[in-house]
Write a protein that binds this ligand. Structure first.
Ligand code: SAH
Length: 345
């Protein structure tokens, strides 16, 4: 695989263009073209500059291979990378705009028992430009431009653990929020982590005040270890401290993901314990009914149990919502589509 031109910041691209003897305005032209989802071969630049770039860089590092449309309008994209690896992303339509969910790794090595992304482990990290390429490609496919974006919000909740690919993810975030590019505001970006505590603390210092989301899914370390191997490494108390530090540094309240799993974490005692754990913290709880994964032996709760759980949190003064499950008819949950592809279905 060649290098990825989309990995470069505007400043890095400017030096590259200069070293190739190109005029300074070409850097802006190339940067904008790439952010619009164009291939190098499509850029309106002189042939010698294009040939120079194509010698070292992939022409189109992220290609949309297939698009699936759910009954509820949610779209699932299967992308092909330059080395043939497949990743997936989702575009969800809300009243306030369109949210794209992106992958940050090919596969994942965190091993959560309920998640399809981790079934075959981690194949490799995505580069900053590949993550950005997912958004640029979808924005273009949806008829968006840099000024009138079709993708208004971004969530790092696809396959992969963003903080297990820290440097590339931070670089991606800097390019995504950069002026002159897609220029997505940090407020419109959510990053979800399974709770890698040192990285959470480090990220608090980066000056990217996005919506930090933590996958909690349990109320005690003991129970969390049953479904999330990462709980052997970091305690819930350490995660809560890191969240408090994030709030202190950024002023942003944080969010907990809590997927309701039948017979595991969805009883009234769990709701009460969760409320006690989070009481008084500047946070929000996103409840999700587990999306059943064929390969895993875990079931989601029924709607009534989920509503009762939500009510129990709300009545104890915890800010919480029950997330609508979208795109379940097209394998909307993390890694489901890729898993299906790998098995040749
Ligand atoms: N690695 C990051 C990013 C994944 S985000 C993280 O762990 O947070 C995707 C969210 O969906 C996480 O909260 C994850 O735990 C959750 N999830 C994974 N598989 C799921 C499933 N089958 N049903 C419901 N939620 C799931």
């Amino acid at each position: 695989m060649k290098a990825i031109l989309q990995d470069l910041s505007f400043e890095e691209l400017s030096s590259l263009v200069q070293s190739a003897g190109g005029k300074p305005f070409r850097a802006k032209q190339i940067f904008e073209g790439l952010m619009q989802g164009k291939a190098i071969s499509e850029l309106p630049i002189p042939p010698d500059l294009r040939a120079f770039l194509l010698e070292t860089y992939e022409d189109e590092p992220v290609k949309i291979k297939e698009t699936f449309v759910s009954k509820d309008g949610t779209k699932k994209y299967l992308f092909e990378l330059a080395d043939g690896n497949l990743i997936e992303g989702v575009l969800m339509h809300y009243d306030y705009g369109n949210t794209q969910c992106v992958s940050t790794q090919v596969g994942c090595r965190m091993g959560c028992k309920f998640c399809a992304s981790t079934l075959n482990g981690r194949i490799r990290d995505l580069t900053a430009g590949e993550i950005l390429g997912e958004i640029a490609a979808v924005n273009r496919a949806e008829g968006g431009t840099l000024k009138e974006r079709a993708v208004t919000n971004v969530v790092l909740m696809g396959s992969g653990e963003p903080f297990d690919n820290y440097e590339n993810v931070v670089k991606f975030l800097r390019n995504l929020t950069a002026e002159g590019g897609l220029h997505v505001s940090a407020r419109n970006i959510s990053l979800s982590t399974c709770g890698l505590v040192p990285a959470m603390r480090r990220f608090a210092e980066e000056g990217i005040p996005l919506n930090l989301t933590v996958s909690l899914h349990a109320v005690s370390d003991e129970e969390r270890r049953r479904t999330m191997p990462v709980a052997n490494k970091y305690k819930i108390a350490e995660i809560l401290d890191a969240c408090a530090y994030y709030f202190e540094k950024t002023g942003r309240r944080y969010i907990f993901e809590y997927s309701l799993i039948e017979g595991e974490n969805a009883d009234m005692v769990h709701a009460e314990a969760l409320a006690t754990l989070l009481k008084g913290r500047p946070c929000h709880v996103n409840l999700i009914r587990l999306n059943p994964v064929k390969e895993r032996n875990l079931k989601g709760t029924d709607e009534r149990t989920a509503q009762a759980f939500l009510k129990a949190l709300l009545s104890r003064g915890i800010s919480a919502t029950l997330r609508r499950s979208m795109g379940s008819d097209i394998g909307g949950a993390c890694g489901q589509l890729r898993a299906r592809y790998l098995k040749g279905e």
